[in-house]
Design a protein around this ligand. Structure first.
Ligand code: NDP
Ligand code: 8X3
Length: 251
């Protein structure tokens, strides 16, 4: 029987790369995101290219009612894997100069959104006595860097929630893992800098960042270990990045 994976935030970056890789490997997909046109285009491309079933759920993960309605509309609730990927950084300011809207956007998406969807999907996994939750954390959940304050706090929360979920569901045979990447070239920096493309491009200049496909490979590996094996935590970095704050650049 074909396995099924629900990927939040599959309209770009790491989530989209995961969608492509799992579809290529014949998983049926449930993909989510706010951009309806992108979501529907990706659904149709993956269905045509890989002959798998793809359900697209268009909602904002910050809206708990929308999350619950979307989950209630899932056609096949036999979900084997939940990839909690939807997330973002918004702004890069000190706490004393921080924008409250940025903070709320990050906390509501990265922490509360991840909890809303996990709360809705975990009972389905518990009823089947199996499942795997893979949370996309970050090196920002392991270290704190200048002006990263609230983003780092949300990713430290993802780190803590990964450990907490593992404790809460261990008796149900459900695996819970975290993948914590360093710099990955996606729309992440464009979103963080509110659409300032020059500033976003500068983040990835002078070194080779991870590609979203590199992270998808790690997610796929973690998802496909034997059933008795759980990778708790996998930190994946560009070779040129030693830690959150040190990237060896050419210029
Ligand atoms: P992208 O900006 O390319 O992708 C983010 C995805 O999240 C999009 O599909 C977006 O979809 C979705 N998303 C954002 N906000 C919401 C929302 N409110 N409701 C529903 N979906 C939402 O960035 P990445 O691929 O880089 O980011 C994916 C994850 O990886 C994030 O959790 C990020 O924190 C993490 N990460 C990224 C790193 C990097 O360097 N890029 C490093 C470490 C971790 P849409 O806009 O259509 O809603
Ligand atoms: C994204 C990587 O270092 O910009 O999580 O926080 S970093």
């Amino acid at each position: 029987m074909q396995k099924s994976v629900l990927i939040t935030g599959a309209t770009s970056g790491i989530g989209l790369a995961c969608a492509r890789l799992f579809a290529k490997n014949k998983y049926n997909l449930i993909i989510t995101g706010r951009r309806k046109d992108s979501l529907l285009k990706i659904k149709s491309e993956l269905q045509n290219e890989f002959s798998v079933e793809v359900q697209a759920l268009n909602f904002d993960i910050r809206d708990k009612n929308a999350v619950n309605e979307a989950v209630e509309s899932i056609v096949d609730t036999n979900i084997d894997i939940l990839i909690n990927n939807a997330g973002l950084a918004s702004g890069l300011d000190s706490v004393q100069d921080g924008k409250l809207d940025d903070w709320e956007r990050m906390i509501d998406t990265n922490v509360k959104g991840l909890l809303y969807i996990s709360r809705a999907i975990l009972p389905l996994m518990i009823a089947r006595g199996k499942g795997h939750v893979i949370n996309i954390g970050s090196i920002a959940g392991k270290e704190v860097y200048p002006n990263g304050n609230v983003y780092c706090a949300t990713k430290h929360a993802v780190d803590a929630l990964t450990k907490a979920m593992r404790i809460d569901v261990v008796q149900h045979g459900i695996r819970v893992s975290q993948i914590a990447p360093g710099a990955v070239e996606t729309e992440f920096s464009l979103v963080r800098f509110h659409g300032d493309k020059a500033r976003a491009d500068g983040v990835y200049k002078g070194f080779e960042p991870l590609r979203p496909e590199d992270v998808a490979d790690a997610v796929f590996y973690v998802a496909n270990t034997p059933g008795h094996v759980n990778i708790n935590d996998l930190v994946i970095m560009p070779t040129a990045q030693a830690c959150a704050t040190i990237i060896h650049k050419d210029n």
